[in-house]
Design a protein around this ligand. Structure first.
Ligand SMILES: [Zn+2]
Length: 295
């Protein structure tokens, strides 16, 4: 009997030595991967924060999606639509106090929402998989100066991603942010600058040639100045038709945003994505309820 126990201990010790050996000889990064995929949500949060800062302007092919969640049904998710972040005294529903914007971002953070970059949104839509259970794409239209002075610090503080759709004819306008501000924001890794055309005209009322200029010239300026492949166009006032959709694809955009209400899904077409308009007047809780009901 004593012999049996002794043998058992010898075997147990050998097994432990083997496990220890395997662990020691495993390459460092491999250990890290195993940790991320198997361990608690605390590690997931940490790895998510690294992803949020390090994947600035990455081509969608470079994004590691091995830990993403695949889905059997078509994924749909909210693309939030904001404009100016300022208090309004004239009842303008396109203006939203920065404190409200902050509360909305905090609600998303507290409810474990991951804020997508344009490149990640493209993967979600085309490959039907997502980096987290709850995902959202925060977009702000036009490029108001207050997006830089008020919105950017809030997003940077909370380590959240957002996309600003800029009108390139506003580069000399005092109410809009400019090239240096853009670079500060894109350098942070949290803000993507995408196109809202050159002059914010209703694209569906223009000639084919004008449509081309509005879409192509804004993209070329951003590609060159920001050293990126501008992949998203946001249709001014949400106006578009079949010609506009075709030309957007033709000049090299990969996604286009409308103002039609609802969650975004590839079923609507990549050049006709719906968004959730955020008007002023929602505190944290009201925002959450509205977001969940806006599907
Ligand atoms: Zn606009």
């Amino acid at each position: 009997m004593k012999k049996k126990i002794l043998w058992f201990l010898v075997i147990l010790l050998s097994v432990e030595l083997i496990i220890l050996g395997v662990k020691l000889f495993q390459p460092h990064n491999q250990l890290k991967t195993t940790k991320t995929t198997t361990s608690s949500s605390l590690v997931d949060v940490a790895s998510q924060e690294t992803t949020q800062t390090s994947e600035k302007n990455k081509h969608s092919d470079d994004i590691d999606t091995s830990n993403w969640i695949t889905s059997d049904t078509t994924i749909s998710f909210p693309i939030l639509m904001y404009h100016s972040l300022t208090k309004s005294d004239d009842g303008n529903t396109l203006k939203l106090p920065p404190e409200e914007f902050k509360q909305h971002m905090e609600w998303l953070k507290e409810h474990d929402y991951y804020t997508l970059t344009p490149e990640e949104a493209y993967i979600v839509l085309t490959e039907n998989k997502k980096p987290k259970e709850n995902i959202v794409w925060v977009t702000l239209d036009d490029g108001y100066l207050n997006n830089f002075t008020e919105g950017f610090p809030i997003l940077e503080d909370l380590k959240m991603n957002a996309t600003i759709n800029y009108i390139t004819s506003k580069l000399d306008n005092q109410y809009y942010f400019h090239e240096d501000d853009m670079k500060k924001m894109t350098d942070s890794g949290f803000i993507s600058i995408e196109s809202h055309t050159v002059s914010h005209l209703d694209l569906n009322t223009l000639s084919d040639e004008q449509i081309h200029t509005e879409l192509a010239d804004s993209k070329t300026w951003m590609d060159t100045t920001l050293n990126q492949n501008t992949s998203v166009v946001c249709y001014p006032a949400g106006r578009y038709d079949e010609r506009v959709e075709k030309e957007a694809e033709n000049v090299g955009y990969k996604l286009a945003l409308t103002t039609e209400p609802g969650y975004a899904s590839k079923n609507d077409g990549l050049f006709a994505l719906k968004r959730v308009r955020i008007s002023p007047g929602y505190d944290k809780e009201a925002f959450g309820n509205y977001l969940l009901s806006a599907q």
